[in-house]
Design a protein around this ligand. Structure first.
Ligand SMILES: [Zn+2]
Length: 397
């Protein structure tokens, strides 16, 4: 007879099961057996005890139940939607959003308000906390089930110590400690991430980058950033700077960028630059949402402003496509709402600058999560901890 597994072995197998389900919802038992490399008996036992503790659910998929397949349809195993929750905060150049999300990537409540990122940081932290509290209250989720909060910021974040590179990116935040400030206000664990990284994490766990080995999530907003999925995992680089595509040099003729260099991609394809080019032509103010609306209505100048931006982004992305040979480029951020107008232009820019075999195989698509990608990804920073936390709680029970 085999000896009983030790407590740490049990915690580790439970963590692996729950982590596999966080990333792969609705798996059959056989799929879990091959995914985890454990015996069928072990998987059956682990699933049964997690189900008893209310952490997983088993269901027959309605289309499989109704389908013409012979025999009994398999039970599909997922994490219980109330197993754990995360708070996701997105701090962008012109708004703050706070959302309460569950382990299956569903946004229960999302509260947002406009801000100017140049405002004093303390006011922004107060607003983020206020929105998080109202989203939590409306969701009715008990605090004991909240893993913590993640915050997506428009600046690089060093994942090793949670420090924000404010100097060139958020000058108004210099000398502040955003993680500590939010932790104090929210009274829960807080982790920070760059906004494009958070968007990539959201799309990787719950959207267009699921089960994709190599993906570039390109966030096209006031800033332009890339979140990387490499070898099937999110990647931050050694100091969190990976993906700062917006500050890639593209033109001698460009204007001076907020980072201090001249002619960065952001000064050509960031929303402010795109809107400014259209305003020059029309001699009136437009917002980025209005610009996209005009483009969808077929206005040639609005379409031109967006396709020029997409083409410039695509040409810069071509270098990354040559370097990394990704399966998919996923477009998020404000300009993603332009859909094919932007994705077609990016595809053309990539085709012009990348080697044919890489350019021909990379798919360029808009994200599946829309404008919620960053808030959901921010919550996912905490939801990723849920498998280990829940497995340890199960052992202690
Ligand atoms: Zn720059």
């Amino acid at each position: 007879m085999l000896p009983d597994p030790t407590s740490s072995e049990r915690i580790s197998s439970r963590t692996r099961l729950l982590a596999a389900l966080l990333q792969n919802r609705g798996r059959s038992r056989s799929e879990l057996v091959s995914l985890l490399g454990l015996s069928r008996q072990t998987v059956t036992t682990l699933v049964a005890e997690a189900e008893q503790a209310g952490l997983v659910e088993q269901r027959v998929r309605s289309e499989e139940a109704a389908g013409p397949v012979m025999g009994r349809p398999p039970l599909r195993i997922s994490l219980a939607s109330d197993a754990a929750f995360g708070v996701g905060i997105e701090i962008a150049h012109d708004h703050v959003r706070s959302a309460v999300c569950n382990v299956n990537g569903e946004v229960l409540t999302l509260h947002s308000a406009p801000i100017d990122i140049g405002t004093h940081a303390t006011r922004i932290f107060d607003l983020a906390a206020e929105l998080a509290f109202s989203a939590l209250a409306e969701s009715g989720v008990p605090r004991s089930k909240v893993m913590g909060a993640g915050a997506a910021l428009p600046a690089p974040v060093d994942a090793r110590n949670g420090t924000v590179h404010t100097r060139d990116f958020l000058p108004a935040w210099r000398g502040t400690h955003p993680a500590a400030a939010l932790r104090e206000r929210l009274e829960m664990p807080v982790r920070l991430a760059n906004d494009a990284y958070a968007g990539a994490l959201g799309e990787w766990l719950f959207g267009a980058a699921q089960a994709v080995s190599g993906a570039l999530y390109v966030r096209l907003s006031a800033g332009i950033g890339v979140g990387l999925i490499l070898g099937g995992r999110p990647y931050t680089g050694s100091g969190g700077i990976a993906g700062e595509l917006g500050h890639t040099y593209v033109s001698d003729q460009g204007t001076i960028c907020r980072c201090g260099n001249r002619g960065c991609l952001e000064t050509i394809a960031g929303t402010a630059a795109v809107v400014a080019r259209l305003e020059q032509g029309r001699k009136q103010c437009v917002s980025s949402a209005e610009l996209i609306g005009l483009a969808h209505e077929g206005h040639r100048s609005a379409r031109r402003a967006l396709t020029d931006a997409g083409d410039a982004v695509g040409r810069v992305l071509a270098g990354a496509v040559n370097l990394l040979n990704p399966d998919r480029v996923i477009v998020g951020g404000d300009l993603a709402a332009a859909g094919a107008i932007v994705t077609d232009a990016i595809r053309a820019g990539v085709a012009r600058g990348a080697v044919a075999p890489a350019a021909e195989t990379v798919e360029v698509v808009t994200g599946a999560l829309g404008e919620r990608a960053e808030a959901l990804g921010a919550a996912a920073i905490q939801l990723e901890r849920a498998p280990a936390v829940l497995a340890a709680r199960l052992e202690a029970a």
